[in-house]
Design a protein around this ligand. Structure first.
Ligand SMILES: NC(=O)c1ccc[n+]([C@@H]2O[C@H](COP(=O)([O-])OP(=O)(O)OC[C@H]3O[C@@H](n4cnc5c(N)ncnc54)[C@H](O)[C@@H]3O)[C@@H](O)[C@H]2O)c1
Length: 264
């Protein structure tokens, strides 16, 4: 897909990867609609970039419906919908149910709701494009947070399913699976920082992949190397991950989980 003159929605637009995607899509000549839960920062960043902002909490289906309806009424049919908003919270199984539910809603159900309300419209008009942000954690794991690892696996599985099911009917799907990217999300994850890439580098990768209509978008060669090792010998891969987890916890200092964030 060429981005120029397309109608593009990006969720999680106030910060990090979403902000970088809005910036790049705007530079490439798209009509971009930025959306975030953080209405104040989101509106400020959108105004700086000269794009329209729609506040929405993607953890609520009604908000996703309102966002899609608002854009299609004002700008026209959405060509590319980027379900990018995501959170990293929790640690192990002791993570409270309400926090498991929240991360499930933000990282997975928001993708389901976007597809539920947009895919029928896209199929009816002969096609459309979904860019869903999962993570390298969806292919590998996340060393600090089980809820993050689980929900990113689910996000990748859902994107795969959409691509398999609707690809023959004109729906394009890409799944963004970065390793460390310099955004506020990795501030408390020192293990990711030495190899973290910039959001501009990530935006380059996304533009290349959208042009090629490629399903899987990664940012680090280590992601697919690790995925290959996992496929060829799961037990060896798990023992490598145990070793890496030891390093990650030592870097954190107290052996505590990094992603205890602000879930509410
Ligand atoms: N930074 C990384 O290293 C990295 C790596 C892999 C995947 N990701 C994924 O990339 C995506 C963007 O992450 P980021 O690094 O830019 O993080 P970020 O924290 O900088 O930005 C996330 C944005 O999402 C918004 N948001 C959170 N909950 C929301 C909700 N319920 N509704 C709408 N907006 C909401 C936040 O307000 C924020 O503006 C996430 O899905 C994340 O899991 C990030």
């Amino acid at each position: 897909m060429q981005i120029k003159d397309k109608i593009v929605v990006v969720t999680g637009s106030a910060s990090g990867i979403g902000l970088a995607l809005v910036t790049r899509f705007r530079q490439e000549g798209a009509t971009v609609i930025a959306s975030d839960l953080n209405a104040e920062l989101g509106a400020q960043k959108a105004a700086e970039l000269g794009v329209r902002f729609v506040a929405a909490n993607v953890a609520k289906e009604d908000d996703v419906v309102r966002l899609i309806g608002d854009v299609e009424a004002q700008e026209g049919p959405i060509d590319l919908f980027c379900s990018n908003a995501g959170i990293a919270i929790g640690a192990g199984p002791e993570t409270l149910d309400k926090h498991w539910q929240l991360i499930q809603d933000v990282n997975v159900m928001s993708h389901v709701w976007a597809a539920r309300h947009l895919v029928p419209r896209m199929l009816e008009r002969g096609g459309g494009y979904l860019l869903n942000t999962a993570s390298a954690a969806g292919l590998l794991t996340e060393l600090h947070s089980a809820p993050y690892a689980v929900t990113k696996h689910a996000a990748l599985a859902f994107a795969e399913w959409l691509a398999v099911t609707y690809g023959d009917r004109g729906l394009k799907v890409s799944c963004l699976c970065p390793e460390g990217v310099w955004t506020p999300m990795i501030e408390n994850a020192p293990i990711l920082q030495p190899t973290a890439v910039t959001t501009e580098f990530l935006a380059d990768k996304v533009m290349e992949a959208l042009a090629a209509e490629q399903f899987l978008i990664t940012t680090h060669p280590t992601t697919l190397q690790g995925f290959g090792q996992k496929a060829s010998n799961y037990d060896v891969w798990i023992s490598k991950m145990r070793h890496l987890r030891g390093k990650a916890m030592a870097l954190l200092g107290q052996g505590q989980a990094a992603f205890v964030g602000k879930p509410e």
